[in-house]
Ligand binder design. Structure first.
Ligand code: GDP
Ligand code: MG
Length: 200
């Protein structure tokens, strides 16, 4: 039980940095290729059935969706990348917008990168990890849908990803996670607590 995350409340969706909520307090962003299980993970982490569904409303797929935890703390659902239906030009524009957000957002204090455990890291994931390292941004890499693999296979995937990311940065935390089985929630809460400066 972690009441802070369970209190998450939708604030607004922002098509660009100018329309984001005021840049104060602490913020953690959630990223990942589309279908990685990001919305499900946000719902699981906040223990709410359909909090992140709001980001699925038409036209909102390319926006930053903000959720308040308390007056000082927020989580942000970033647009999923590699979505085939989004034209290349729009994707490239978003790439720029995203880089700008990651680079300039003062309150941003961590990035949760969701990766489907069966697909492992794609080129966009690696690019994002490298960029986060360049910005000195803390990263928690969440391997989603771990229930799709046996315990042994999941462990193997975990170690292989841990090894792969250790070449990019020394302090990327990797966690196994399943929204279906509600596994891996505590360590992610704990990591979020640290980035959001929650006294525990
Ligand atoms: N088995 C299983 N399926 C999942 C899990 N998380 C997400 N999914 C499924 O994966 C698909 C994509 O999930 P979604 O959260 O919408 O991904 P998003 O596009 O990254 O927001 C959906 O069909 C989900 O039901 C999980 O932990 N276990
Ligand atoms: Mg989603």
């Amino acid at each position: 039980m972690n009441p802070l995350y369970h209190r998450a409340k939708f604030i607004l969706s922002a098509p660009n940095l100018q329309t984001c909520p005021e840049d104060n307090g602490y913020e953690v962003a959630f990223a990942g290729r589309s279908n990685a299980g990001k919305s499900s993970a946000i719902n699981t982490i906040t223990n709410q059935k359909s909090l992140a569904r709001i980001s699925k409303l038409p036209g909102r797929t390319q926006q930053l969706v903000f959720f308040d935890l308390d007056e000082q703390r927020r989580i942000v659902d970033l647009p999923g990348y590699g979505f085939a239906k989004v034209p290349m030009k729009v994707q490239q524009k978003w790439q720029k917008e995203l880089e700008y957000y990651l680079k300039n957002r003062q309150s941003l204090n961590g990035l949760v990168l969701l990766v489907d455990i069966r697909r492992l890291l794609g080129p966009h994931d690696i690019q994002l990890l490298e960029y986060a390292e360049h910005l000195n941004l803390e990263v928690c890499l969440v391997l989603t849908k771990s229930d799709k693999l046996s315990k042994n296979e999941a462990k193997k995937a975990f170690f292989s990803v841990q090894k792969e990311v250790s070449n990019i940065s020394e302090h990327i935390q990797v966690e196994l996670f399943s929204s279906l089985k509600k596994e891996g929630v505590d360590p992610v809460h704990h990591w979020l607590d640290q980035q959001l400066n929650v006294l525990t």
